[in-house]
Design a protein around this ligand. Sequence first.
Ligand code: NI
Length: 137
Amino acid sequence: MPRCAVTRRVHFNAAHRLYNPRFSEQWNRETFGQCSNLNYHGHNYELELTVEGEIAPETGYVMDLNQLKELAQEHLIRHLDHQNLNLDVPWFQSLNPTSENIALVCWRELRPVVPAELALRVRLWETPRNYVDYEGA
Ligand code: NI
């Protein structure tokens, strides 16, 4: 059966501050620069969700992208959109909300609800120039 990768792009706005509480304010400032500013800053995140698998002969789909959109809304976006990641989102209570860690969390939350036979990859754009990929490792 031919295989194909299909992608849905979703969006959320969120504020964060990069900060490791195990280290001093000075270390955080030197390590994270402006990203560690005390009063937070925002990003327009773009999240690309890619599932890969066999094209089902009955539908011609790998997965209904509308279903993927709804899973993303329910399991990711409603928890993240217009939130302060450090203060409002329990996933980041003790996890620095870098792009890497946000991508990892999104994959972890979505993986159990995407059909097991499909591979899942996430690409998180923090700015139009910076993105990270995670596919579970
Ligand atoms: Ni930032």
